[in-house]
Write a protein that binds this ligand. Structure first.
Ligand SMILES: Nc1ncnc2c1ncn2[C@@H]1O[C@H](COP(=O)(O)OP(=O)(O)O)[C@@H](O)[C@H]1O
Ligand SMILES: [Mg+2]
Length: 261
C-alpha cells in the first residue's frame, strides 16, 4: 500500500501555454490531490490534452510552474514514477499483448515479472499470446492500461481512455481505474463524456483553456442543482458566460475575452 498522505500529486501555478498561434492557457492554477481519481472534463479543444502534456512534462510552456510529485514536471526521476497513456494508440498491433508489455517493461526499466502481473490486473490472461490487431476495442484499451501500470507508477495520466467504447466496456475500464486507485496511485483521466464525471473523486472542468469548476461530483450537483452531469456542465458554462462579476454588486465588470488578460 502506497502512502496516500503528504502533499499534492500535482501543483500548477500560473501555467501559460501557447500552441501555434493559439494561447491555450493564460494562467492556470490548481492542485491535484494524491491517491484519488481526478477527472479532467471538457469539450473537444478545451485543453485537456495540452494540460496532460504539461503535467507529464512533454509540453513546452510559456510561463508558470508545474510541480509533479514534489519536483518540476518532466524530470528524469519522474519518468518511472509517472505513466502517460496518450490519446493515440501506443501499442504495436502486430505484436502480441505479452510481447508489447515485455518491450515496454524494458523501455521503462520495469521488472520482467511485472508483465504477468499487469496482464492479470486487466483480465487479459486468456489473450496474452494474441496480437493486439486481433483484439476488440475494449481489449486494446486494457492493453494500454496494462502498459501504463508497468513499474507501479505513483501517477497515471490517461488521455480519453474510454473514447469509442460502448457503455459496458467503459464501465469495466472505470472499475479498473478504481481498483488501481485503491492501491494508492493517483489517476488523472480526461473525458469529454460528462457522465464519466460521476466516477471521479475530483473534477476539473475546462472550457476554452480556462477552469470553470474545480470541484467534486457531489459539489457539481449541489452547486448547479442538476443531477444530470451534462445539464450541470451546461449550467456552469452558462454561468461562466454570464460572468460572475455581474452577480456581485459594486464590483467592476471586467473584460473577459480580451487578449493578454
Ligand atoms: N499542435 C498544435 N498546434 C496548434 N494548436 C494546437 C495544437 N494542438 C492543440 N492545439 C490547440 O490547443 C487547444 C487545446 O487543444 P487540446 O489540448 O488538444 O484540447 P482537448 O484535448 O481538450 O481536445 C485547441 O484550441 C487546439 O486547437
Ligand atoms: Mg485531447
Amino acid at each position: 500500500m502506497v502512502n496516500k498522505a503528504s502533499g499534492h500529486a500535482v501543483e500548477v501555478r500560473g501555467l501559460r501555454v501557447r500552441r501555434g498561434s493559439t494561447d491555450v492557457f493564460r494562467g492556470l492554477d490548481f492542485d491535484i490531490p494524491r491517491g484519488q481519481i481526478t477527472g479532467l472534463m471538457g469539450p473537444s479543444g478545451s485543453g485537456k490534452t495540452t494540460l496532460m502534456r504539461s503535467i507529464v512534462g512533454v509540453q513546452k510552456v510559456a510561463g508558470g510552474t508545474v510541480t509533479v510529485l514534489g519536483s518540476p514536471a518532466g524530470t528524469t526521476a519522474q519518468r518511472r514514477r509517472v505513466a502517460y497513456d496518450t490519446q493515440a494508440a501506443s501499442v504495436y498491433g502486430d505484436l502480441t499483448i505479452e510481447q508489447n508489455l515485455r518491450y515496454f517493461a524494458q523501455v521503462i526499466g520495469a521488472p520482467r515479472s511485472d508483465v504477468g502481473r499487469v496482464i492479470e490486473k486487466v483480465g487479459l490472461e486468456g489473450q496474452a499470446k494474441q496480437t493486439v490487431d486481433s483484439l476488440s476495442g475494449g481489449q486494446e484499451s486494457r492493453v494500454s492500461l496494462a502498459v501504463a501500470m508497468l513499474g507501479t507508477p505513483e501517477l497515471i495520466v490517461l488521455d480519453e481512455p474510454t473514447v469509442g467504447l460502448d457503455p459496458v466496456l467503459r464501465a469495466e475500464l472505470w472499475d479498473m481505474f478504481r481498483g488501481i486507485s485503491e492501491t494508492g496511485a493517483t489517476i488523472i483521466v480526461s473525458s469529454h463524456v460528462m457522465d464519466e464525471a460521476l466516477r471521479c473523486d475530483r473534477l476539473i472542468l475546462l472550457r476554452a483553456g480556462r477552469i470553470i469548476a474545480d470541484t467534486t461530483p457531489q459539489g457539481l450537483i449541489a452547486d448547479t442543482g442538476e443531477t444530470d452531469p451534462d445539464a450541470a456542465f451546461l449550467a456552469l458554462i452558462e454561468r461562466d458566460a454570464a460572468g460572475a462579476a455581474e452577480h456581485r454588486p459594486s464590483t467592476r465588470r471586467e473584460a473577459r475575452d480580451e487578449p493578454g488578460e
